[in-house]
Design a protein around this ligand. Sequence first.
Ligand SMILES: Cc1cc2nc3c(=O)[nH]c(=O)nc-3n(C[C@H](O)[C@H](O)[C@H](O)COP(=O)(O)O)c2cc1C
Length: 260
Amino acid sequence: MMRRAWDVGMRVLALTIDVPTGSRRNRAMRGGVALPFRFSRKVLLDLATHPAWALATARAGVPRVENYIPYANSANFAVVGKYMADLNKWGIDWDDLRRVRDLWKGRLVIKGVLDPGDAAGIVRLGADGIWVSNHGGRQLESAPAPIDVLADIRDAVGPAVKVLFDSGVRCGEDIVKAIALGADMVFCGRGFVYGTGAGGAAGAEKAFTILTDQTRRALIQIGCPSVAALTRGFLDERSLPPPLPAAARREAAPRVVGAK
Ligand SMILES: Cc1cc2nc3c(=O)[nH]c(=O)nc-3n(C[C@H](O)[C@H](O)[C@H](O)COP(=O)(O)O)c2cc1C
C-alpha cells in the first residue's frame, strides 16, 4: 500500500495507530451497521423508507472497499470485510512504527496520539507530524478528549513539529480554540459526513462554508487579525484544562503503544 501511495505521488503518509483492534460500537450494533455488510431487517426497513437514496445507491452499485480489494484478492464484501478485521487485530508497537519510518521516504504523520510522552517518543523516532485525535471518540470510551491534551502535546514536541488535531470539532470556535492551543491544522470528520448525507457534494461544500464563516467571525469577535496570529493568550485562562501532572510528561521509553 505504501509503495502504491508513493507511486501515485503521495509524499505525506498518515499512519493511524488508535485502532490496534476494532472497538465494540454498541450504537452501530443497534443500528445494524456491520462489516461485512448485511441486509438486516433494519437495513431493509431503511431502504424501504428512503426510496430515493435506495435507488441512487442501487444505480451506483453497492459500496466497495476499493483499497483493500487487491490485497484480499477478492471484491466480495464478506471476504474483504474479514481481511480488514484480521488486519486490525494484531496491535501496533514501537518496532512497527520504526519499520514504517524506515520504509517511507516522505513525511510521516502519526494519527491517534493522546499522550505527551508518546508524542515526544514518536518525534524522536523521526516522525514529522503528530495528529492529536481520539478517532472522534469512536475507539476507546475512556480516552481523554483531545482538546484537553493538545497544549501539553504541543509543549512536549516543541514548535518545529507539525501538530494536527481532530475529534469533536463542530464549529468555527472549536477550530479557533484548537489552533490557539497549538494545532497547525484542524480536521473535522463527521461534520462533513453529515453535510454529505444531507446534501451530497454540495452539502459537504456547505459544511466547509459554514466552518470557514464561523472561524472568521470568531476571530473578529476576539480581536485576532488572522489564524496565524492565534495564541493561547486569546483563551480565557479559567477555561483552559489544568496542565497534566509531571509524571504524564515523562520522556517516552520505547514501550508498547498497543497490545500485541
Ligand atoms: C464513518 C467514519 C469512518 C472513519 N474511518 C477512519 C479510518 O478508516 N481511519 C482513520 O484514521 N480514521 C477514521 N475515522 C476517524 C476520522 O478520521 C476522524 O479522526 C474523526 O472522525 C474526527 O472526529 P469528528 O468526527 O468528531 O470530527 C472515521 C470516522 C468516521 C466518522
